[in-house]
Design a protein around this ligand. Structure first.
Ligand code: ADP
Ligand code: MG
Length: 824
């Protein structure tokens, strides 16, 4: 008898060979396969008649093959099939479709899914380019046994698992339907013969009780087998009206007739909700537990005496804003407590997080501890180092009566300097250490580390954050993580669910809104003219490019994949939409380690293919690149100005020199890549020009724009586009012009990219979901969070001891496997 934990190779139709393929997709057990959910459904019980189709929509069409033809176009062979329904026909075409020639025969019934486009050719109102298709089983064919899975019902459509069976069948929808259907049969989940259409009640066969132990008479009849497979306490399910687990899975894979299609497509059926809740409940329960454990840990209780406060005040270069004061108060409160602080500090670009961080550092230092500030880039670390030196350089610590000692430690320092810095850190000869990833290298030992500050947290993985927290020492250091990426609440709940949050929601006084304009490459001369004018009145400017040099396509400085090509391909290949609002796509939220590789590979493949297709039609247009434009502008439009170049491939020294010169005002115009994206702070800079703005992600553009408008001068952000602007890029540019509210932009960014991509390609440790989608399922997330807190807080008397233990056991197993976040 199958169980959920049975290795997949023992499943009918799978076997050793296919199991190897599935393992690559992290499908190892029966349960894994059952959680490979359909990403959309086709209503083949009540299909939309062809006469009711509308152009421009994604549609699923069922019809009869009327004829097919292989055309030779100038570029490639084109295979065309005419599918008809009464007098109406739709043409389906596939580029390079030679291999399809023998698949279609007149008279077959087929199901097509793709975008309907108006057809200009005679006959047929619509065409579909590269639709997905399925040839439906005919009467009495070899597949007759399964015809009930393909026609006359709501049919699940799955993302292919890749690979093929021993006899060459693809592990696609057809195969999955059969295997999963048989799985349910073997698991003993059957549909009630007399079930009314809307009922999702299933009879659970209970013929095989495990271990012979008499089960405790349950409050609910028919729980039987469920006890082995259920993961949520019965009382909780009752209260929230959630169906049982297997029942939910069955209903999601094979919806009963009458299940509303919109609910299915929105993953909003009771079955979907149940699975989503389950997943988020366990996530939130784990986070809740972490928070509770942290409160039990021992940390340093810093004093915030009058003397300490005086020390902080004497370094303040300006009056803090009300928000800065409030946030510092929250931080100081945490630091006073004997538990380690775990706090997230959110604040839009330019809101003044750095000074708050410095103040927190002083609290630790004045208590005789060391503080460490970790920044994601060398430039930023160096800049923090310089401003810390400026801030603290000449003041004496009231505690020791001597100046504060600040040390820089980054990877690119020469070995001797690094060794020397590590020595000072170890011997306690430095108070504040500022650096990059180099700080979390094993070789760095602190004397008495009291506070860790992580700047621009989203650029680090969660694992890195934990590593710095766990630097050896008697006590856990306090940790403050700062981010300028406004994190939508749902993501914050998940990614930083174990942290308390503070928000600086106010900009320092005297800032004027940044004027943001769009223009195109053709008007570049005007833009350069404007830059010259600004320089004439004493201001400085940035000009940012997506790539460093040449027409290279590897975009080392850009962590946002250009979406045009992928979109082109989607259209050309009739791929399923990635639109979360119409498809309950599970791939949308996948972002964990293993699966992410897959997603990336997939995208890369898609891109390679797209590039090829594109080349056939138009030569690839070269991107303007920083190094090339540096030469061009310096010699031409910006001749006579002092122009500098900054990008990631320069040595650390060169970067630092250039940055310092720009900071001092010795450079008028800095031509750069996105290395300047985070944190760079030059108040006199008033112009930010972004070329190829269509290539940049929203978060990036917002960050870049945040480099100007830091002083009192009126500032400008000019978004220049050069090349095709996709629909998505259009939306991004519009949003940039419309608003400067980081949270608003972040929401759109999240919608466009999905949580995995939201933080850039570097994984931020976002958990991988099988069912849930953080954007779509916000409401369920909030519910799950509340329920998890309740569950951890006080035992519901209606939940049996056995059930509670089962929940904790499952949490442990799942949390380790899926999120890997659990600390020892
Ligand atoms: P971010 O939050 O993006 O890291 P910074 O800490 O770099 O912002 O601050 C942005 C700029 O605002 C800096 O030049 C900083 O000196 C200045 N600043 C910060 N707080 C204040 C304040 N209360 N009054 C005036 N200027 C401030
Ligand atoms: Mg900053």
């Amino acid at each position: 008898m199958l169980e959920l934990s049975t290795p997949i190779k023992f499943v009918k139709r799978v076997g050793e060979r296919v199991a190897v393929e599935l393992a690559k997709r992290s499908v190892e057990t029966v349960e894994d396969l059952l959680y490979h959910l359909p990403f959309r459904y086709e209503d083949r019980l009540n299909p939309v008649p062809m006469s009711a189709l509308r152009a421009g929509t994604m549609a699923s069409v069922i019809g009869e093959v009327r004829g097919s033809i292989l055309l030779q176009t100038r570029h490639m062979p084109l295979f065309e099939v005419t599918v008809g329904q009464g007098l109406n026909t739709v043409k389906a075409m596939w580029f390079r479709g030679t291999y399809l020639r023998d698949k279609f025969h007149v008279g077959q019934m087929v199901a097509l899914y793709g975008k309907l486009e108006p057809s200009r050719s005679s006959g047929g109102k619509f065409k579909m380019i590269q639709p997905q298709f399925e040839i439906l089983p005919g009467h009495g064919g070899p597949d007759a046994e399964f015809s009930m899975l393909e026609v006359g019902r709501i049919v699940p459509v799955y993302e292919s698992l890749g690979g093929t069976t021993a006899w060459g069948a693809k592990l696609g929808s057809k195969w999955l339907r059969r295997v999963i259907w048989s799985l349910f049969e073997e698991l003993g989940v059957e549909e009630k013969a007399d079930s009314s259409p809307r009922s999702t009640t299933l009879r659970v066969r209970n013929d095989k009780q495990k271990s012979g132990q008499p089960r405790e008479q349950s409050k609910e009849p028919e729980r039987g087998h469920e006890v082995d497979t259920e993961t949520l306490p019965w009382a909780l399910r009752e209260r929230l009206k959630l169906p049982g687990r297997l029942e939910a899975l069955k209903a999601v894979h094979f919806p009963e007739a009458g299940t509303p299609m919109p609910e299915l497509m929105a993953a909003a059926t009771p079955g979907h909700r149940r699975l989503i809740f389950e997943e988020l409940f366990y996530l939130e329960l784990g986070l809740e537990l972490k928070r509770r454990r942290m409160r039990e840990r021992e940390g340093t209780a810093f004093a915030t005496s009058v003397k300490v406060r005086e020390a902080i005040k004497q370094v303040l270069p300006f009056h803090p804003t009300a928000a800065q004061k409030r946030v510092l108060g929250e931080i100081a409160n945490d630091m006073r407590r004997p538990q380690p602080m775990r706090r997230l500090l959110q604040g839009d670009v330019g809101s003044g997080k750095t000074i708050v961080a410095m103040q927190a550092a002083l609290v630790a230092i004045e208590n005789g501890y060391q503080a460490a500030l970790m920044a994601p880039t060398e430039i930023l670390a160096t800049q923090h180092y310089l401003s810390a030196r400026k801030l603290l350089g000449d003041v004496l610590s009231p505690r020791t009566g001597r100046p504060y000692r600040v040390t820089l430690l980054t990877g690119s320092l020469d070995d001797a300097t690094k060794r020397e810095a590590r020595g000072r850190i170890f011997r306690g000869e430095t108070d504040l250490v500022i650096g990059t990833h180099a700080l979390i290298e094993d070789k760095v030992d602190f004397d008495k580390l009291g506070l860790v500050i992580v700047d621009e947290q989203h650029r680090f993985g969660v694992q890195q954050r934990f590593r710095l927290m766990k630097k050896p020492g008697a006590l856990d250091p306090d940790v403050l993580v700062m981010t300028a990426t406004p994190i939508p609440r749902t993501l914050a709940l998940t990614l930083y669910g174990d942290l308390d949050a503070s928000v600086i929601d106010e900009l320092p006084p005297g800032r004027t809104p940044i004027v943001t304009r769009r223009t195109t490459e053709e008007r570049a001369a005007d833009v350069w003219g404007f830059v010259r004018k600004q320089v004439e009145v004493g201001r400085q400017a940035y000009i940012v490019y997506p790539v460093i040099e040449g027409a290279r396509d590897d975009q080392p400085e850009l962590d946002f994949p250009p979406d045009e090509e992928v979109e082109d391909l989607d259209a050309a290949a009739g791929k399923k939409t990635a639109d979360p609002s119409t498809a309950p796509s599970t791939r949308f939220t996948r972002s964990g380690s293993g699966r992410d590789d897959r997603a990336l590979k997939g995208r890369k493949k898609a891109k390679d293919k797209a590039v090829k297709t594109e080349k056939l039609f138009e030569p690839k247009k070269a991107l303007r690149a920083a190094a090339d434009m540096y030469e061009e502008l310096r010699m031409g439009p910006l001749a006579g100005l002092r122009v500098g170049l900054l990008h990631g491939r320069l040595s650390a020294d060169d970067k630092e020199v250039t940055m310092r010169r720009f900071q001092r005002g010795d450079i008028d115009v800095l031509i750069a890549t996105t290395v300047i994206e985070v944190g760079v702070d030059v108040a006199n800079a008033s112009v930010m020009v972004i070329e190829h703005a269509e290539r940049f992600g929203l978060a990036q553009m917002h960050q870049l724009r945040g480099r100007v408008g830091r002083g009192a001068a009126k500032s400008y952000c000019i978004l220049m586009t050069g090349g095709k602007v996709s629909e998505q890029a259009e939306a991004r540019l519009d949003a940039m012009v419309r608003t400067q509210n980081g949270f608003e932009l972040a929401e759109l960014d999240l919608q466009q990219r999905g949580p995995g991509e939201f933080f850039g390609t570097r994984q931020a440790g976002l958990p991988e979901f099988r069912v849930a989608n953080l954007i779509r399922d916000r409401a369920v997330l909030e519910l799950a969070k509340a329920e998890a807190a309740k569950f951890a807080e006080s035992p519901d008397p209606a939940v049996s001891r056995e059930e509670r233990d089962a929940v904790w056991a499952r949490l442990k197993q799942q949390w380790q496997r899926k999120y890997g976040l659990v600390e020892a």
